[in-house]
Design a protein around this ligand. Sequence first.
Ligand code: DX5
Ligand code: ZN
Length: 221
Amino acid sequence: MAILAPSLLSADFAVLGEQIEVLKQKGVKYLHFDVMDGVFVPNISIGIPVLECVRRITDQVLDVHLMITEPERYVEAFAKAGADIINIHYEATSVPEQTLKSIRELGKTPAITIKPKTDWRKIIPFLEYVDMVLVMSVEPGFGGQSFIESTLENVKGLAEYRKKNMLDFDIEIDGGINENNVGTVVDAGVDIVVAGSSVFSSDNLAERTELFLSLTDNRQL
Ligand code: DX5
Ligand code: ZN
């Protein structure tokens, strides 16, 4: 079984509350919230004020993916704004251990994220401080890109290491997930599946959500 985390990056922000309501009604438990600073990635997205608004209208788990340089400067602000999980990029900070510990001290779930070209072994020293690892399966910055097959090596490496060492962090995947590859990534050991454009780019959000919920849940069989 895997959890579906629709990425709000692909939502229609003019009717964000209505779309979140549809996801909630369908039983979506996690919402993925992409924050971009135009420096760590070549794009700018949403941030603290939008997160506060989303927090006010839902109890769903808010999974905040910080694609920002020196995330240590902002973890407290995102914690206060209502994040539940805070993902920081390994490549974005020189103080990952300290930042992950401070997320935990703020009462939030710490997670570390790696870009497609970063070998999973690089984050071994930090696994003891996290409850989740986010494996990027596209270069961070934009929705709607194609899945990078080689990133499955990161998923498999982490899943094997977790088993061998009896660790219990979740593995999340983000980028290019669609109805054709979702089964493969779950079989590789993924627990949480982010899907943006493949859920939102449709006239019928409820129907697409239902499809992806069934595709992720079915993997428990
Ligand atoms: C990309 C973001 C993703 C994005 C995924 O940098 O981190 O969360 O929304 O979008 P899709 O599912 O369309 O690849
Ligand atoms: Zn993301």
